[in-house]
Design a protein around this ligand. Structure first.
Ligand code: SR1
Ligand code: MG
Length: 419
């Protein structure tokens, strides 16, 4: 299979084709023709199969040569699977146990065979259903801090880090999607955009806000040029799978070297969109309690990020940045330097957070937190809160304490009728 020309797997052909890979066929177990195969991909880009044999169930994720959400009019390179594979490998080293185990990778066929996570479900769906996940904020804060720190020159040797930046510089097409759909399209009437028409006045005010557009382009400059660490690149609540007490991060095909605040900012935006959408998903008896839990998780992500980053700063600062030779070896504390680095990370994260809140309402790829609300009037009111808070985060990102700002703004906009 490795040397043959790419062709997309189907529920009918998968048995034969995967059955030809002895290690995987043995792992799954039984006669391949008896495997149960279901294509379950509900994301925007790829095929995802659940394959069940007599021994094991596995996931096979295969890239399609086009954007699934749009169709073959929008071609997309298969090489993204290679970068997803690279990223999963690095994330498994940088935060062991945080991502699914890889069982096999086929570069030509652009598929990865990986561990089937069960009974995990997509975190976004859990939040729409009002389910809680124990330890979620701690897990996500650790993941963001460990991957940020251990993929940077705070930790890595410079030659290895720069070589890895070179490796990931080939992942051009997916970051280009982010550069357009996330950072640019929300702020003008781009062709593929769509938004809830009741938002028209709010959208017009955002698109007429020159300071806001300048700020979002400053953030794009950082995203495109700053190679601080390897980022997941698309860390939203659809890229996390959870049980009631265990979580994993999936889908890093958008990975690149980028700013340390990118993933945590995008993630917090998605927690905030879960928060703002709740009045449409919960009854009066459970709404306040569930929104309070979402805010607790958000604050835990921030606290845990800071705690774990500080822990790694003090125990694993082996790279060329802020070396002990300048600080501890001279009897000088590096604490104020750490605090300055964290302040920069959070300033960036707040900007990225606000932009993600905008793009999920104004650009091409919306999220189910809002899209599943059929009453467009109700939905619009909630989306407007999300949009206005996003604006404040972008414009007031300098020098802000992230927990204070997020807690205060979320409570403020959650009670506000904007339309
Ligand atoms: C055309 S791809 C649209 C979105 O789907 C992915 O999950 C990313 O979030 C991307 O921006
Ligand atoms: Mg994805």
């Amino acid at each position: 299979m490795t040397n043959s020309e790419y062709s997309a797997l189907t529920e009918d052909t998968l048995h034969t084709r995967i059955g030809e890979i002895p290690a995987i066929a043995n792992h799954i177990g039984g006669d391949p023709s008896n495997w149960t195969v279901h294509e379950v991909g509900d994301g925007n880009l790829n095929l995802v199969f659940i394959v069940k044999g007599t021994n094991e169930t596995v996931i096979i994720k295969q890239a399609l040569p086009y954007v699934r959400l749009v169709g073959d009019s929008w071609p997309l390179p298969l090489y993204r699977a290679t970068y997803e594979h690279h990223a999963l490998t690095r994330q498994a080293e940088r935060d062991p146990g945080s991502v699914p185990q890889i069982l096999h990778f086929d570069e030509v066929q652009a598929f990865i065979v990986m561990e089937y996570l069960s009974p995990h479900i997509i975190l976004r769906n859990k939040m729409i259903a009002g389910e809680r996940v124990e330890g979620l904020g701690e897990f996500l804060g650790n993941f963001c801090a460990r991957t940020a720190f251990r993929g940077s020159e705070l930790s890595m040797a410079s030659d290895a880090k720069k070589a890895d930046v070179g490796v990931f510089s080939g992942n051009v097409a997916l970051p280009a999607i982010t550069e357009a759909l996330v950072f640019t399209d929300p702020y003008y009437a781009a062709e593929m955009n769509n938004h809830n028409p009741v938002l028209d006045p709010v959208v017009a005010s955002l698109r007429g806000d020159v300071d806001l557009k300048a700020a979002t382009q400053q953030m794009l400059l950082k995203f495109a040029s700053n190679t601080e660490t390897m980022v997941h690149g698309d860390l939203h609540t659809g890229s996390v799978m959870s049980t009631d007490s265990e979580s994993r991060v999936i889908d890093p095909e958008f990975s690149q070297y980028g700013p340390m605040g990118f993933d945590v900012g995008m993630l917090i935006a998605n927690l905030l969109m879960a928060y703002f959408s709740q009045p449409a998903h919960r009854d009066e008896a459970t709404l306040d309690g569930y929104q309070a839990w979402l805010m607790e998780v958000t604050n835990k992500v921030i606290d845990q990020f800071n705690a774990e980053f500080a822990n790694l700063w003090n125990s694993e600062r082996t790279g060329m940045l802020f070396p002990a030779v300048l600080f501890e070896d001279q009897g000088h504390s590096s604490e104020s330097a750490l605090n300055a680095v964290l302040a920069d990370i959070w300033q960036d994260a707040m900007g990225f957070c606000g932009i993600e809140m905008h793009r999920r309402t104004l650009s091409l790829a919306h999220n189910a937190d809002f899209e599943s609300i059929s009453d467009t009037g109700l939905r619009g009111g909630l989306e407007a809160r999300n949009l206005m808070m996003g604006r404040e985060l972008i414009l007031n990102r300098h020098g802000a304490d992230p927990s204070d700002v997020i807690t205060r703004l979320a409570a403020h906009y959650n009670g506000k009728n904007i339309l």
